[in-house]
Design a protein around this ligand. Structure first.
Ligand code: ADP
Ligand code: MG
Length: 339
């Protein structure tokens, strides 16, 4: 007869890590979200080998109190919610308390962090879920995570990673979305010692669109602003002339979170319908600010689908915003000045 036994914590953490950490881009996403939640207004991400061997994320946020550092790496340990009712109105990007424990379970991690109240910072080493050291260190206010060798202890998972170039591409896309969704934060992304993205944090979304997509797109945007009692939508949509052959340029963010929503995607595309050729998709960069009470974000950690209490209302609002934005303006291309 076989015995039933509860798995040891290390094995449980490795299994759970698989839910959150699929590839280097998942680590970058979790750590950048933590930096945003920590109130940082400057975040630098450096990677080598597509993030497989090296990821370093530096923020100037509030830091972690030395005595709390080991706790941060425990599974389901979070400072962001404390009771079930808090789930109804989550203001932060994180709240599950799973990222750090998952990353530490499958990587070699070095953390340096300092809060404003402490004279000295803390350096903490953890790999494969096992603490490797903790000491005092001089450091600027904020947090740096150095994450090396993803899946070094789970070779079966490592095999599923793609080439460094492909993995770097996923991270680059992610960084662009992070920059678009947070124009108030100065982002820097460095791949193999080359700066690939640098935003100023001056809150100007158009500057960021220009930096990422270039002059042609930035010169052909229509500004959108609509609001009602619990939703506001701000940002830009592209004139039909800059439409593309795929959906990769449809960006929308809800409360600072990059998400996918079939309702919003349909509303945008329907709004464009009479202005656009078939099989063409628009450029959009729209920020939705939505009252947390009409949202459910507590879906699977890696799924980006999000649920609305009243999907039909959301559809109508987006559809009309797009349609009106397009019909109120001359849709011929602006004359672009060559320099
Ligand atoms: P969650 O983000 O869901 O709370 P994480 O595992 O990502 O869970 O992080 C655990 C905790 O560690 C956070 O709740 C936060 O208190 C702290 N933390 C993580 N990263 C940072 C950071 N860059 N700056 C300050 N605190 C951080
Ligand atoms: Mg987190």
């Amino acid at each position: 007869m076989k015995n039933i036994a509860v798995l040891d914590q290390n094995t449980i953490d490795k299994i759970a890590a698989g839910e959150v950490i699929e590839r280097p881009a998942s680590i970058v996403k979790e750590l950048v979200e933590n930096a945003i939640d920590a109130g940082a207004n400057a975040i630098t991400v450096e990677i080598k080998e597509g993030g497989i061997s090296f990821i370093r994320i530096t923020d100037n946020g509030e830091g972690i109190e030395t005595s709390q550092v080991p706790l941060a790496f425990l599974r389901h340990a979070t400072s962001k919610i404390s009771k079930v009712e808090d789930l109804l109105n989550v203001a932060s990007l994180g709240f599950r308390g799973e990222a750090l424990s998952s990353i530490a379970a499958v990587c070699q991690v070095e953390l340096i962090t300092k809060t404003a109240g402490n004279l000295m910072g803390c350096r903490y080493l953890i790999e494969g879920g096992t603490e490797k050291g903790m000491d005092e260190i001089g450091a600027p206010e904020g947090t740096t995570f150095l994450v090396r060798n993803i899946f070094y202890n789970t070779p079966a998972r490592k095999k599923f990673l793609k080439s460094p170039m492909t993995e770097a591409g996923y991270i680059s896309d992610l960084m662009e979305r992070m920059a678009l969704s947070h124009p108030e934060i100065a982002f820097k992304f460095i791949n193999n010692n080359q700066t690939k993205l640098h935003t100023s944090g001056n809150t100007n979304l158009k500057d960021i669109i220009y930096g990422i997509y270039g002059r042609d797109i930035a010169a052909n945007l229509v500004e959108i602003h609509v609001e009602d009692e619990d939703v506001s939508i701000d940002g830009f949509i592209g004139k039909p002339v800059i439409s593309r052959g795929n959906r990769n340029y449809e960006n929308y963010f809800i409360n600072g979170r990059y998400i996918k929503s079939s309702i919003i995607a349909k509303a945008i595309e329907d709004g464009y319908k009479t202005f656009m050729m078939q099989h063409k998709y628009p450029f959009t960069a729209l920020q939705f600010t939505v009252d947390g009470r009409i949202l459910d974000i507590n879906v699977h950690p890696t799924k980006m689908e999000l649920r609305f209490a009243d999907g039909q209302k959301m559809y109508q609002m987006v559809y009309h915003a797009v349609k009106q934005g397009l019909s109120h303006r001359e849709m011929i291309p602006e004359v672009s000045v060559k320099d």
